[in-house]
Write a protein that binds this ligand. Structure first.
Ligand SMILES: CC(C)[C@H](C(=O)O)[C@@H](O)C(=O)O
Ligand code: SF4
Length: 468
């Protein structure tokens, strides 16, 4: 048999039908559902008088619209309250397991799937959310779908797809101290651009990727979509299996042994064909900060704001000037001279326990600058409980950070957590688009340690100078 990639193998094992024009029908193993992209899908089922085909393969949670302050008194904002109530009703009506805003297991959809062992290697996983690529860290084929596809998957447990191309991004070598998974993925997007992965599924490989924890691997796969790829994935290995073992919904006993044997067959074969290859050396990577309004606008923290006049392409030049104007920055400014008003530590990119540990390590015994409002939002109730068991909440509170309830929060400001116009924020999330964190808000993407250090210094600092 021809050598196959990880993507090829999962694809082949889920193919239900292939039409002569290349249109395929794929079986879907897992469907995650959140409040933003599901209401019309359920309404569609209701109108057609259809049921959910496989409720046990479907899991619903609220994350985008939930407040991150005390929820016991309900949700003030009527629109958010309606979104949340609608999901609760739909989950009950269609017999789907649902983690509501008061459930310990509630959290950002891409954090709770792995936590519960709902996300497993070799699976096809979808959700009406672009950052579904996160789950690819387990060696799954995971990607976002639109609301009409959510309805299709709910009704049939299948999805119409055409096959993407294979791309491999190899990150060789060892990461320097203070440089993290977030810096790897920002560097990759800086290298390939936001359209670099278009039409491809990216497999991340190489020593630096293999050395990452599952948390770090999820951070990398999470932002595959910001590099334009359909999905991102990493072959499963011992680190993957150790993370999954004993999770509530992971296979147990002989089912585990069978599953593991299958998982071990998944890594790309020697000699498998990749349509595109990109290589990076981890040893050369610095801590990265974005300067513009696209995730590809990356620069080393030791760098200066670039001059768009150096760009040959006229349209690109104009768009980068516009980004600088929006961001309120001028070419040549040292990134370490850029001061901040807000800091956001959280999101499905960097809201896991390891991220909070990295931020707390920086915050310990220090104080948030008077000019900065900083908040830490755990990615899930279980992350929050774990952090509290380790005393991280105390460290953050003593340093002057706010300690919030889990959810998407200021990653996209669909709730009360927002930037005011022209406020500048160091954020551990994945998108720095105009208005993403609030109207006219200015977002700089960074790693958790860099965000914590920026909160304390009141400006960007090179975390390597702090002994991290
Ligand atoms: C609201 C949702 C549809 C959206 C997405 O698909 O990614 C959100 O999660 C985001 O990060 O922008
Ligand atoms: S945390 Fe941000 S990126 Fe992730 S699902 Fe929520 S809004 Fe989207």
């Amino acid at each position: 048999m021809k050598p196959r990639t990880l993507y090829d193998k999962i694809w082949d094992d889920h193919l239900v039908d292939r039409q002569p024009d290349g249109t395929c029908l794929l079986y879907i193993d897992r469907h995650l559902v959140h409040e933003v992209t599901s209401p019309q899908a359920f309404e569609g089922l209701r109108i057609a008088g259809r049921k959910v085909h496989a409720p046990d393969k479907t899991l619903a949670v609220v994350d985008h619209n939930v407040p991150t302050t005390d929820r016991s008194k309900g949700i003030d904002d009527p629109e958010s309250a309606l979104q949340v109530d609608t999901l609760a009703t739909n989950a009950a009506d269609f017999g789907i397991e649902y983690y509501n805003e008061l459930d310990m297991r509630q959290g950002i959809v891409h954090i709770i799937g792995p936590e519960q062992g709902f996300t497993l290697p070799g699976m096809t996983i979808v959700c009406g959310d672009s950052h579904t690529s996160t789950h690819g860290a387990f060696g799954a084929l995971a990607h976002g779908i639109g609301t009409s596809e959510v309805e299709h998957v709910l009704a049939t447990q299948t999805l119409i797809q055409s096959k993407a191309k294979n791309m491999r991004v190899t990150v060789d070598g060892k990461l320097p101290d203070g440089v993290t998974a977030k810096d790897i993925i920002l560097a990759i997007i800086g290298e390939i651009g936001t359209a670099g992965g278009t039409g491809h599924v990216i497999e991340y490989a190489g020593e630096a990727i293999r050395s990452l924890s599952m948390e770090g691997r999820m951070t990398v796969c999470n932002m595959s979509i910001e590099g334009g790829a359909r999905a991102g994935m990493i072959a499963p290995d011992e680190i993957t299996y150790a993370y999954i073992a004993d999770r509530p919904r992971a296979p147990k006993g002989s089912a585990w042994d069978m599953a593991r044997a299958y998982w071990e067959s998944l890594p790309s074969d020697e000699g498998a064909h990749f349509d595109r290859e990109v290589r990076l050396d981890a040893a050369n990577l610095p801590p990265i900060v974005t300067w513009g309004s696209s995730p590809e606008d990356v620069i080393s923290v030791t760098g200066t704001v670039p001059n768009p006049d150096d760009i040959a392409d006229e349209n690109k030049r104009a768009s980068k000037w516009r980004a600088l104007k929006y961001m309120g920055l001028t070419p040549g400014t040292k990134m370490t001279d850029v001061t901040l008003d807000r800091v956001f530590i959280g999101s499905c990119t960097n809201g896991r326990i390891e991220d909070l540990r990295a931020a707390a390590k920086v915050a310990e015994g220090r104080k948030v600058a008077d000019s900065v409002n900083a908040m830490v939002v755990p990615g899930s109730g279980l992350v929050k409980a774990q952090a509290e068991a380790e005393g991280l909440d105390k460290i953050f509170l003593a340093a002057g950070f706010e300690w919030r309830e889990p959810g998407c929060s200021m990653c996209l400001a669909m709730n009360a957590d927002k930037l005011a116009p022209e406020e500048r924020c160091a954020s551990t999330s994945n998108r720095n688009f105009e208005g993403r964190q609030g109207f006219k808000g200015r977002t700089h993407l960074v790693s958790p340690a860099m965000a914590a250090a920026a909160a304390i210094a009141g400006r960007f600092v090179d975390i390597r100078d702090w002994g991290h």
